[in-house]
Design a binder for this molecule. Structure first.
Ligand code: SF4
Ligand code: MG
Length: 335
């Protein structure tokens, strides 16, 4: 499939007083047309900063962006702020964990969606309202015409997230960036929203960048996975390869710590010892070495380069070809 978005050596550095914080450090991966790419990592890994960098929503200074963000033939780091405004909310939409931060509490959701439609499609009020109701139908909100007149607080968390998705998709974006959109929801609602996003992606042909700390979520919907850690991309590949042939110890650790949705299987949750290092005190050598069960002397001294282990499968580890492959029971994506 054709590439929609291509990040090349993206760096988002923050110049803060004495410190240089490399929040995103040399990230390279693609999002193809019509696919879902899962960006996985613990908090502080640079997932959200990557998303905000793509939309150029970070204040510059202190943030300095470099590298390339190629999207539909242009480098988003080179175009004007005016052109960037057309990209935001037009060709690229974003949804967040907490819809209440993006929804206005004193306006009905139908009104808010209609206004966003009017902004991008120059429709009359009446047709924008009809389109808003149609969008609420599309995201499977029951009795959409009645719900459209309700205020955000009258909807459940799941319904609000659906409304946000409706608003985000109302401009027919080529790319939807979803930053932990299901994290605040209960497991059942979480699944419904995941499959809604997957369905809509199929139906509309929108590409999706799905940010999450849960590799299990990615197994449900993603085509490709990018594993991030302390600003670095540690592994990138097809979801099947990441689950069955992971080539980075961190991916292996994440696979073992996937919370089981089916509790009756009763697998033990294996926590990864240690924490993500603070970005202003990154270790020498491989940034994962203090937590890596496979670290050798060399890892403490030299940072490993990217290795292409297979077509479209990238890893950053000295020992990628000496790793154990995961126990099937643990790694099988839950379906
Ligand atoms: Fe572990 Fe070494 Fe690979 Fe880093 S380079 S992930 S420390 S084995
Ligand atoms: Mg985040």
């Amino acid at each position: 499939a054709e590439t929609l978005l291509s990040l090349k050596n993206l760096k988002s550095y923050f110049h803060l007083e004495e410190n240089l914080i490399k929040a995103v450090n040399g990230v390279t991966f693609q999002v193809k047309k019509n696919e879902i790419v899962g960006i996985v990592g613990e908090s502080g890994s640079g997932k959200s900063v990557t998303a905000l960098s793509i939309l150029r929503l970070l204040p510059t200074p202190p943030c300095q962006l470099s590298g390339e963000i190629r999207f539909q033939g242009r480098d988003l780091l080179q175009i004007s702020e005016r052109q960037m405004q057309d990209v935001r909310g037009g060709e690229i939409s974003m949804i967040f964990q907490e819809p209440m931060t993006s929804l206005n509490p004193v306006l009905s959701i139908g009104y808010q969606i209609a206004e966003s439609i009017r902004l991008h499609q120059h429709l009359q009020k009446r047709s924008a309202w009809d389109k808003a109701v149609e969008m609420l139908n599309l995201v499977k909100i029951p009795e959409a015409a009645r719900r459209a007149r309700q205020y955000p607080h009258e909807l459940s968390g799941g319904m609000r997230q659906r409304a946000m998705i409706a608003m985000a998709l109302s401009s027919n974006p080529a790319l939807l960036i979803a930053d932990e959109p299901t994290t605040a929801l209960d497991v059942t609602t979480q699944k419904q929203i995941l499959y809604l996003i997957k369905d809509l992606q199929h139906q509309l042909g929108t590409s999706v960048m799905f940010i999450t700390h849960n590799l299990g979520v990615v197994a449900e919907i993603a085509d490709h996975v990018a594993i991030m850690y302390a600003g670095r991309l540690l592994e990138y590949g097809e979801v099947h390869d990441i689950f069955h042939y992971p080539k980075h110890p961190y991916s292996l650790c994440l696979l073992r710590s996937i919370p089981r949705l089916d509790a009756s299987k009763n697998l033990r949750l294996e926590e990864i010892p240690g924490r993500v290092p603070a970005l202003n005190e990154l270790p020498q050598g491989c940034i994962f070495h203090p937590r890596c069960p496979y670290a050798i002397e060399r890892c403490r001294e030299q940072e490993p380069p990217y290795t292409q282990v297979d077509d479209g499968h990238l890893t950053m580890c000295w020992r990628y070809d000496q790793l154990p492959q995961p126990d099937k029971k643990v790694s099988e994506p839950a379906n």
